[in-house]
Design a protein around this ligand. Structure first.
Ligand code: F6R
Length: 310
C-alpha cells in the first residue's frame, strides 16, 4: 500500500479501531495506568495522557524501556502496545508487568506478544507501526470507557472523524515547501506536548531529518535563549481555546522568537484538534520526505538496529 492511501484511510481506520475492543476481561479496582510501548506504538500513550489529563482521576505513565517502575502491582492496569508484537523493550516490560501480577491488556497486530499474552486486542496488520496510530490509540480509549474510568467518548470520536474527513492536504504541501532543507522546530502549548513530539518523530522517520519539538510555557524558560539562524524554520501550532494566560504567553513568545509559520488547529473539542494537528503533521512529514527524495515508508536504520539486537 502507498503512503497516500494509508493517510487517506486514517478516518476509516479510526472507525474500525473503535469496534475492535469486544469484552474487557479486567477485574477489581485500578489505581494507576502504565502504558508499555515505544516509538510509533508509544505515541498513542502520550496522546491518551494529554487528552485525559483533566478527566482521569488516576495517573497514567508511559514507559519506553525494558523495565517498569517499582509502583506497578496487581492494581495497575498495564497496556502493552506493540504493533509488530516483537519489540524487545516492550516484550521485556510485559514480562516484568506479568511477574508483578498487573492487569494486562496487549494491543498488537501479531508477533510474540499475541502468543505470550492471553488478554489482547488484535488490530489489522500490514502497515508501518507509526501509521497505525488509529489502531493503537482508540482501543485504549475504549477499554477505559468500558471500565468506566472515563465518560463515554463516542461524541468526541465522531468529532475527530468529521474534522479529518474535511482535511485538505494542500496546507501540508505548502508547509512542507517552507520546511525544505531546514530543521523544523515545532512549538505548541503544553496540551499539545504529545502532538509536537509526534511531529518531531514523523520528521525523523518519514522525512529522515532532524527536528526539534517543545512546548509553552516550558520552552520560555530555556530554549527561547537558543540562537536561531536561517537553518531553522519554526511552526507554531495554536489553539483558539488556549487559556488567556497561554494566549498571552504564546503572543509574547512569538514576538521574541521572530518569524514563524502559525497554524490554528481545527475541529471541535481537544481530541479532534489533537488529531487534526497529528494528521496535518503526518502529511507534512510525508510531503517533506518526497521533497528530500526519501521513501517515507522505509526506516532502514531502525530495521538494521533491530536485526543487531536479535
Ligand atoms: C515504525 C515505527 C517505530 C516502531 C518501534 C516499535 O513505523 O514508527 O518507531 O513503532 O520500533 O515497534 P512496534 O511499534 O512494532 O512495537
Amino acid at each position: 500500500m502507498e503512503v497516500e492511501d494509508i493517510l487517506r484511510g486514517f478516518p476509516e481506520q479510526i472507525e474500525e479501531a473503535v469496534g475492535l475492543v469486544k469484552d474487557v476481561r479486567i477485574k477489581g479496582a485500578v489505581s494507576n495506568i502504565l502504558i508499555c510501548a515505544i516509538g510509533g506504538s508509544g505515541i498513542g500513550g502520550d496522546l491518551l495522557k494529554d487528552y485525559l489529563k483533566k478527566e482521569l482521576k488516576i495517573p497514567i505513565i508511559v514507559n519506553r524501556d525494558y523495565s517498569i517502575p517499582e509502583f506497578v502491582d496487581k492494581n495497575t492496569l498495564v497496556f502493552v502496545v506493540s504493533y509488530s508484537g516483537n519489540t524487545k523493550e516492550t516484550l521485556s516490560a510485559y514480562k516484568e508487568a506479568e511477574s508483578k501480577k498487573a492487569k494486562i491488556i496487549a494491543i498488537t497486530s501479531n508477533g510474540k506478544l499475541s502468543k505470550i499474552c492471553r488478554n489482547y486486542v488484535l488490530v489489522p496488520g500490514g502497515i508501518p507501526p507509526r501509521f497505525a496510530l488509529a489502531y493503537l490509540f482508540f482501543p485504549m480509549l475504549i477499554v477505559l470507557q468500558k471500565l468506566r474510568l472515563i465518560k463515554n467518548k463516542n461524541k468526541d470520536i465522531k468529532k475527530v472523524i468529521t474534522v479529518l474527513k474535511k482535511f485538505r492536504p494542500i496546507k501540508a504541501k505548502n508547509l512542507a515547501r517552507s520546511l525544505y532543507k531546514k530543521i523544523p522546530v515545532i512549538y505548541a502549548s503544553e496540551n499539545y506536548r504529545a502532538v509536537v513530539y509526534r511531529w518531531k518523530t514523523q520528521f525523523n522517520e518519514d522525512s529522515k531529518c532532524f527536528a526539534i519539538a517543545n512546548v509553552i510555557p516550558e520552552l520560555d524558560h530555556n530554549e527561547i535563549e537558543a540562537e536561531l539562524n536561517k537553518n531553522f524554520e519554526i511552526v507554531l501550532i495554536r489553539d483558539m481555546k488556549d487559556s488567556p494566560e497561554i494566549k498571552k504567553q504564546t503572543n509574547a513568545t512569538k514576538s521574541i522568537i521572530g518569524p514563524i509559520n502559525e497554524i490554528y488547529v481545527e475541529g471541535k473539542g481537544l481530541l479532534a484538534k489533537m488529531f487534526y494537528a497529528i494528521y496535518l503533521g503526518d502529511y507534512v512529514s510525508c510531503y517533506l520526505a518526497l521533497l528530500n527524495k526519501k521513501d517515507p515508508m522505509k526506516i532502514k536504520k531502525i530495521d538494521k538496529l533491530k536485526r543487531k539486537l536479535k
